[in-house]
Design a binder for this molecule. Structure first.
Ligand code: CUA
Length: 331
């Protein structure tokens, strides 16, 4: 009984759940922004209108089937012409309703794709199979950190195929293309952590192309950015390399336990002799690792597809040095 009441209460409107992340409506993800509430409102409106007309039409249909059924063989009913009043209303009322749906939906879409001028801008790179977020100072992270209560614009592009940035809590979704920029903006209405997905099938590890959006309380975002940006200065190159390995998407394809995945394992890689797809051979040394990061297609190890995204212009010397130190340590 309590569960039925509970369900009805939930159905009647959004409910609050435990946790600090705002509303959690019954059949929708957590709401993290004011836009999300408006989108849910439109969804509910369309849903209830559809339910109402579905019920009305089915009930009338069944009723007419019974009322006007043929009672005697060969019976012909009275001639039926039209009913102007009825036809006027069954045209005008649905038209008004769909115009409302269109207007609210169109306005919502325009709000979603046109970022406010004062928005904080973060560059997003989609690559197989990782989201990378570049902050205005050049720092790159695999988690999207944003200030709460401030509009944030994502300027997004892809290094390989079409991905789709999807943050359900903000009801925000936009395709991300190679060779082109698309934009998406949102404003988290408080601190919280929200999941990020890729919503466009982009290959083997599409379902693992996950991340988090962490909304920091006002003022704390700047502190986080300063500390995060200097992380390589505070750890050894080897530890820094390990962090970069996890953050920049190396881990998706290169294992550190000797198993070969989409790319060769990093374990024991340093110093190893490798045959390449073009028939040449070489030793994995500092220069080879550097070249493979910046121009991955120049020497692809035989037996693998050259699918690695290039890090030319996306990784500085300090970062490359740290990764080399890390790969060296995996003997
Ligand atoms: Cu990227 Cu699916």
């Amino acid at each position: 009984m309590i569960s039925i009441l509970d369900t009805l209460t939930k159905l009647a409107g959004g409910i609050q759940t435990q946790g600090s992340q705002g509303d959690h409506p019954f059949w929708m993800p957590v709401r993290g922004s004011e836009t999300a509430a408006r989108i849910d409102g439109l969804f509910d409106f369309i849903l209830w209108v559809s339910i109402f007309f579905f019920a009305l039409i089915v009930i009338l249909m069944v009723w007419f089937m019974i009322k006007y059924r043929v009672k005697e063989r060969g019976e012909v009913g009275p001639p039926i012409y039209h009913n102007t009043v009825l036809e006027f209303f069954w045209t005008a009322i649905p038209m008004i309703i769909v115009v409302i749906m269109f207007w609210v939906g169109f306005k919502g879409y325009m709000d979603l794709v046109v970022p406010p001028a004062n928005a904080y801008e973060i560059q997003v790179t989609g690559q197989k199979w990782k989201w990378l977020f570049t902050y205005p100072n050049g720092y790159v992270d695999d988690t999207l950190h944003v200030p709460a209560d401030q509009p944030v614009t994502l300027v997004m592009t892809s290094t390989d195929v079409v991905h789709s940035m999807f943050i359900p809590a903000f009801r925000a979704k936009m395709d991300v293309f190679p060779g082109r920029y698309s934009k998406l903006w949102f404003e988290a209405d408080g601190p919280g952590e929200y999941p990020i997905y890729c919503a466009e099938y982009c290959g083997t590890s599409h379902s693992a192309m996950l991340s988090q959006c962490i909304a920091h309380p006002p003022g704390e975002f700047e502190t986080w950015l300063t500390e995060a940006s200097n992380f390589l200065d505070t750890v050894s190159p080897e530890e820094g390399g390990k962090m970069l390995y996890d953050m920049r998407g190396c881990a998706q394809c290169h294992s550190i336990d000797g198993t070969n995945r989409i790319g060769p394992s990093f374990q024991g890689a340093f110093g190893a002799q490798r045959a390449f797809t073009d028939g040449t051979e070489g030793v994995v040394d500092e220069n080879y690792i550097r070249e493979s990061l910046l121009q991955p297609q120049s020497k692809v190890v035989a037996g693998y597809d050259g699918v690695m995204p290039a890090f030319q212009g996306r990784m500085n010397d300090q970062e490359i040095g740290a990764l080399i130190a890390y790969i060296k340590s995996l003997q």
